[in-house]
Ligand binder design. Structure first.
Ligand code: ATP
Ligand code: AH0
Length: 369
């Protein structure tokens, strides 16, 4: 049996799907192929709409899950084509799905986390075993169900001689603290790109601020930054996770109200500074003997954000994970390939030290080929 897995991730940025083909047969996992696909505009709009309560949600969510699964299957086909491998060479696909609600430990004490997908359709279309719904078991065990990547980060980036810090800046940002002694912490820091993307789309028609070039033309508004930083989530101790349920356009609008006539470029500069400040505050509490802050996710490509992170973390060298051997845009998808492998080996995928779950658990539901 091969030791090849596919990981598929579509995250809170809602920009599209990242897929990797990962080979676990050597001493270190190796990504051999990467493919990505932007969402079709109608699918993106529907997934975004499904993040908030609306009419006929169950039906719409089921159809969006089907459409997403077809789009996932196309990314799988692209990976197979690029690698020249047949479907049966792949042991399993780890498929994240699209988070549309994330409310762990709320309401009835357990809460829920919901990633849209039709894993049965994905297995049917690809002929490959699918591992999906990778967060629910951790939530059922009293955990946050997120972040799940720290255990994978430890295997790839951990070092015996320093505490390595890995910051993922997707729609939401999360930090992994990889202790030299093998202990791992991790939690969501708060905003990543989601608010910046929303503001950029609204005022420039572009889906994101390429390289942070627009933000770089603005001036940070100190009053707005102070107001944004007062969000209670940012001051809660871990374990903690968040999402678009909190950091969304209405949340931003409330904070913007007193700054009604602000220059849009200044607001973009402030949102970029907000992400950098919220992340650097997390880093500050955990940097101990660290020398490097390794950044992954699309935020690593935002040059202005990276400059601001470096300015706010002067004792660390801020680099994209590319410098450590895994390109920033491949890390999350690779983590879901690893999570699928864990599930297929009946091995735990979560870290109770990160999510707060009652114990280590095998994550995911398996849909055989
Ligand atoms: N060249 C670039 N310049 C600035 N920002 C960029 C660039 N490329 C990507 N991004 C940002 O990265 C985002 C995508 O990041 P990523 O794919 O890591 O997010 P995600 O996986 O959806 O989120 P999450 O980690 O929260 O699940 C885009 O929406 C955009 O904001
Ligand atoms: C519920 C959910 O989808 N959470 C995502 C999201 O995107 C970033 C951050 O919020 C993180 O907690 C998580 O993703 C990564 C892959 C994780 O679980 O580690």
């Amino acid at each position: 049996m091969s030791d090849l897995y596919i990981g598929l991730m579509s995250g809170t940025s809602l920009d599209g799907i990242d897929g990797v083909l990962a080979d676990f047969s050597g001493p270190r996992m190796r990504v051999t192929h990467h493919a990505s696909a932007a969402f079709a505009p109608a699918l993106r709009a529907e997934l975004l709409a499904l993040n908030t309560p609306g009419d006929n949600e169950l039906h719409r969510a089921a159809l969006a899950g089907n459409a997403l699964s077809r789009a996932y299957a196309e990314v799988v086909q692209a990976l197979l084509q690029r690698s020249g491998l047949p479907a049966h060479a792949i042991r399993a696909i780890g498929a994240h799905g699209q988070t549309v609600r994330h409310r762990p430990q709320e309401f009835d004490g357990t809460g829920y986390t919901l990633q849209l997908l039709n894993p049965a359709l994905l297995a049917e279309r690809t002929g490959i075993t699918v591992v999906a719904d990778l967060r629910s078991r951790d939530v059922a065990a009293g955990g946050q169900g997120a972040p799940l990547v720290p255990a994978f980060h430890q295997g790839i980036f951990g070092r015996p001689d320093e505490t390595v810090l890995v910051l993922n800046i997707g729609g939401i940002s999360n930090l992994s603290v990889l202790g030299a002694d093998g202990r791992v912490l991790g939690f969501d820091c708060g905003p990543g790109n989601a608010l910046m993307d929303h503001w950029c789309q609204l005022h420039t028609g572009q889906p994101f601020d390429r390289d942070g070039a627009w933000a770089a033309t603005g001036q940070v508004l100190p009053g707005l930054l102070t107001s944004l930083m007062q969000e209670p989530f940012l001051h809660k101790p871990p374990p903690k996770s968040t999402g678009r349920d909190l950091f969304n356009p209405p949340w931003l609008a409330t904070h913007l109200e007193p700054f009604g006539h602000a220059n849009p470029a200044d607001v973009q500069a402030t949102l970029t500074e907000f992400t950098a400040t919220a992340c650097s505050a997390c880093v500050d509490s955990y940097k101990i003997d660290s020398k490097t802050l390794a950044v992954c996710g699309g935020g690593a490509l935002n040059a202005q954000l990276m400059r601001r992170l470096q300015a706010l973390c002067p004792s660390l060298q801020v680099v994209a994970t590319d410098a450590l051997g895994l390109p920033a845009l491949q890390v999350e998808a690779a983590a879901f390939a690893w999570l699928a492998r864990q599930a297929m080996h009946q091995a735990p995928g979560n870290l109770p030290s990160v999510t707060g779950a009652a114990g280590a658990r095998v994550l995911g539901a398996v849909y055989p080929a």
